[in-house]
Design a protein. Structure first.
Length: 324
C-alpha cells in the first residue's frame, strides 16, 4: 500500500510517499480502508520531533481517519467488514489502510460524508473536552476562543454555545476569519494581531474577564490571555503553535483564584466512556443541524507536505483533509 513516512525530523519536505506493507489485524484490531484523513497540528509537531511524547523513526503520521472496515482480528465481535467508521489511532493514518482498535470505533450513519467524519474526532473531541471536562464550563459563563477560524476554534465556538455559554468571544488574525467566527455564533470578535486586543476582551466582559479561555499559541498570547481571566477563571492550554514558551509566575493566580490547566487528548482517549458519549452527542448535533463542520480543503495524499505548509502558514480556515 501507499503511505507517507518521515525518516528524519524537519520541515514538510521530510514527508515522503513510500510503499508500505499492508498490515494484518490481530486480536481486537480491525483493518480500515481509509477514505479521509484529518490533518492536525499534532502531525506537524510529530514531524518536527516536538510532540508531547517521543516520536519514533521511521514514522507514519496521521491519527484521525474515516473509512470502511475490510478485515477484523480473531477477537473482534462488535464490528464486521463493510462497517463505515471513524476513529483516532496513535499513528499510521497517512496511508491507504491502517489498523485501529475495534473498541474505539465510532459507527457512522449511512451516507454520512467521510470528509465530514474525519473533521470531527480529534478537533471535536478536543473542543468538547477542553470546554466541558477541563474548563468545567457552566451555563451562562463567558468563553474566549483563540484561533477561532481553525479546526478546533470553529467547533469550540459552536460547542460553547450548545453547552450553555453566555457570551463567546473569538479571536483571529484577519477580517475574513473573524467573519467565519461570527457565522459560527461568536458574540464578539477581536483581531489578536492588533495591539491591545486583550483590552477589547476585557471591555466585552465589562471588565470582569472571561470564565474560560482556550489557548494554543503560547508566548505573548498566553501571557495576555491570563490577563483576560475573571476571578475563578480557567485557561486551558492545548498547544504551543508559536513555538514560544512563556515565562509565567504561578503565584500570580492566587489573588483571584484562577487556574491554568493542561489538555492532552490521548489522556481523554483512555476513558472510553467519555469518548463514546461525547462523540454521539456531537453526531446528534450534526444530524440536527446544530453543529457545522468547516472543511478548508481536500487534498491527495501525495500533497501531504504542501498541506503541512498550508496549515503552518495560518492562512487556512477550517479542517484540512487528505484523501488516499
Amino acid at each position: 500500500m501507499k503511505g507517507v513516512q518521515l525518516k528524519e525530523y524537519g520541515g514538510p519536505e521530510v514527508l515522503q510517499m513510500v510503499e508500505l506493507e499492508r498490515p494484518v489485524p490481530k486480536g481486537k484490531e480491525v483493518l480500515i480502508e481509509i477514505h479521509a484523513i484529518g490533518v492536525n497540528y499534532a502531525d506537524t509537531a510529530r514531524r518536527e520531533g516536538q510532540y508531547v511524547v517521543k516520536t519514533p523513526l521511521p514514522f507514519v503520521p496521521g491519527a484521525e481517519i474515516a473509512g470502511v472496515v475490510v478485515a477484523v482480528g480473531d477477537e473482534v465481535r462488535t464490528v464486521k467488514p463493510g462497517a463505515r467508521v471513524v476513529t483516532l489511532i496513535e499513528s499510521g493514518g497517512y496511508a491507504e489502510y491502517a489498523l485501529a482498535d475495534s473498541r474505539g470505533l465510532i459507527h457512522l450513519p449511512d451516507r454520512f460524508d467521510f470528509y465530514q467524519a474525519a473533521a470531527l474526532p480529534l478537533q471535536g473531541l478536543s473542543a468538547y473536552h477542553i470546554l466541558k471536562t477541563m474548563g468545567r464550563l457552566e451555563s451562562g459563563e463567558s468563553v474566549l476562543v483563540h484561533a477561532a477560524a481553525g479546526g478546533v476554534g470553529t467547533l469550540a465556538v459552536q460547542l460553547a454555545k450548545l453547552l450553555g455559554a453566555g457570551k463567546v468571544i473569538a479571536t483571529a488574525s484577519s477580517e475574513d476569519k473573524l467573519a467565519l467566527a461570527r457565522d459560527m455564533g461568536a458574540d464578539v470578535t477581536v483581531n489578536y494581531t492588533e495591539e491591545g486586543w486583550e483590552q477589547k476582551v476585557l471591555e466585552a466582559t465589562e471588565g470582569k474577564g472571561v470564565n474560560v479561555a482556550l489557548e494554543m499559541a503560547g508566548g505573548d498570547v498566553f501571557n495576555k490571555t491570563v490577563k483576560c481571566l475573571s476571578t475563578f477563571g480557567r485557561i486551558v492550554i492545548y498547544g504551543v503553535a508559536s513555538g514560544e514558551q512563556s515565562r509565567f509566575y504561578p503565584s500570580s493566580l492566587m489573588a483571584r483564584n484562577q487556574s491554568v490547566i493542561g489538555f492532552f487528548l490521548p489522556q481523554i482517549m483512555r476513558k472510553p466512556e467519555l469518548i463514546q458519549s461525547s462523540m454521539h452527542e456531537m453526531l446528534t448535533y450534526l444530524k440536527e443541524g446544530k453543529l457545522k463542520l468547516t472543511i478548508g480543503g481536500v487534498f491527495p495524499l501525495e500533497q501531504a507536505a504542501e498541506v503541512h505548509r498550508l496549515l503552518q502558514s495560518r492562512q487556512t480556515k477550517g479542517k484540512l483533509i487528505l484523501k488516499p
